[in-house]
Write a new protein. Structure first.
Ligand SMILES: *Cc1c(COP(=O)(O)O)cnc(C)c1O
Length: 378
């Protein structure tokens, strides 16, 4: 059997162990220390905005704290993009709140501003003004942030940006994750950079960051004994994993470049194959890190389905994956409100994510190209 080609696998830069050794040498083996501070500084510098970053145990934890800081409580409603990973929506349920799902639009596959506006109007008319909006930059593609930000501002609803997949992406030259009241990042094993597991909350003010750090370290009041006035969480990032993060930040620009090259590889490969579209930036206002390269296959034009291609890849020990199944189609969220048409549903039917890692070799690319060329020439 040929070696496995993964969709997206960890890609170390080289200095990660150096930072971990420093942590061991100084005995900073705890959820605080110089690597946590250093990683936060690195992220703030990279995002290059008027923001503060809190390093946390996961992107999901960051999203949970963002909802708490936005005042989301039991029985509230929170608007969320339907086409996304479940971790975008689950923290809404952690708070005992109800998600309201929104369809995608065709250009970016992200939240449709028209459906968003309709949903807000309708929820308000039912006496349920949404407490927050969660927009996602899927596969690294920036959402239509001008439209979405202005709708959020018009109705005075805080915007939370799920930029878990979009570190290194930009919209009109501004980093994804720095548009909303809060942004969240993920460093899980398959993301563009990884700390093995981890996340971060991007905050607008030092005060918001302080609150996130307070809540993520069990909400201890300022007293010599353990005193608590709020429910706390154990969500802070460890100084060991932050060491991996510091090493990864040294190579982040290279990783973005390599992922974008993978996208160009697919654009080139599919340029003469009718009925297949490679997911691409709608204009030069959008700069995607192309965390995952994805295609849509028109079954009528090609006579083939994305499932046929997925199984063909599998036979060659190559991983590919259908696009995220929209949340409004998930059994766990059955019956929750949904606004939109069938854009996300159709994308799910016909879309496939292809191997996109920054560590793929020429040999890997040749294997991938052969599968695709053979598959579509039959
Ligand atoms: C990975 C991911 C998350 C969750 O991040 P974790 O660090 O795995 O908790 C949230 N949203 C999206 C869109 C993701 O891809």
């Amino acid at each position: 059997m040929k070696n496995k080609i993964w969709l997206s696998s960890p890609h170390m830069g080289g200095n990660e162990l150096k930072y971990i050794h420093e942590a061991f040498d100084a005995n900073w083996v705890a959820p605080l220390g110089p690597n946590v501070d250093g990683f936060e500084k690195d992220l703030e510098k990279f995002l290059n905005g008027d923001i503060k970053v809190a390093a946390l145990s996961a992107g999901t934890a960051a999203l949970h704290l963002a909802l708490i800081e936005c005042g989301v409580e039991h029985g509230d409603e929170v608007i969320c993009q339907s086409m996304t990973f479940s971790a975008s929506a689950n923290p809404i349920a952690y708070q005992g709140a109800v998600p309201v799902f929104i369809d995608s639009e065709e250009d970016t596959w992200n939240m449709c501003p028209v459906a968003l506006q309709k949903a807000i109007e309708d929820r308000i008319s039912k006496g349920k003004k949404p407490k927050a909006i969660i927009v996602v930059h899927l596969y690294g593609m920036p959402a239509k942030m001008d439209e979405i930000s202005s709708i959020a501002a018009k109705y005075e609803i805080p915007l939370i940006e799920d930029a878990a997949e979009a570190l290194g992406s930009e919209y009109k030259g501004k980093a994804c994750g720095t548009f909303g009241s809060f942004g969240i990042l993920s460093f899980n094993g398959n993301k563009i950079i990884t700390t093995s597991g981890g996340g971060a909350l991007v905050c607008r003010t030092q005060e918001d960051k302080n609150k996130a750090v307070f809540l993520s370290t069990q909400a201890r009041d300022n007293a010599p004994h353990y005193q608590h006035s709020y429910i706390g969480y154990n969500y802070r990032m460890s100084n060991i994993t932050a060491g991996i993060g510091r090493g990864q930040m040294e190579v982040l620009n290279d990783r973005v470049e390599a992922r974008r090259n993978m996208h160009n590889f697919y654009v080139d490969l599919f340029k003469d194959i009718e009925g297949v579209e490679v997911f691409s930036e709608p204009s030069d206002e959008y700069y995607s890190n192309h965390w995952l390269s994805a295609i849509t296959i028109d079954p009528v034009q090609t006579g083939k389905t994305r499932e046929d291609l997925r199984l063909t890849f599998l036979e060659e020990n190559i991983e590919s994956r259908p696009l995220w199944k929209p949340m409004h189609l998930q059994p766990v969220f059955s019956g929750v409100p949904y606004y939109g048409e069938k854009v996300a549903e159709n994308l799910f039917e016909n879309g496939l994510c292809l191997p996109s890692g920054s560590n793929l070799t020429d040999d890997d690319r040749n294997r991938i190209a052969k599968v695709i060329t053979d598959f579509f020439s039959k």
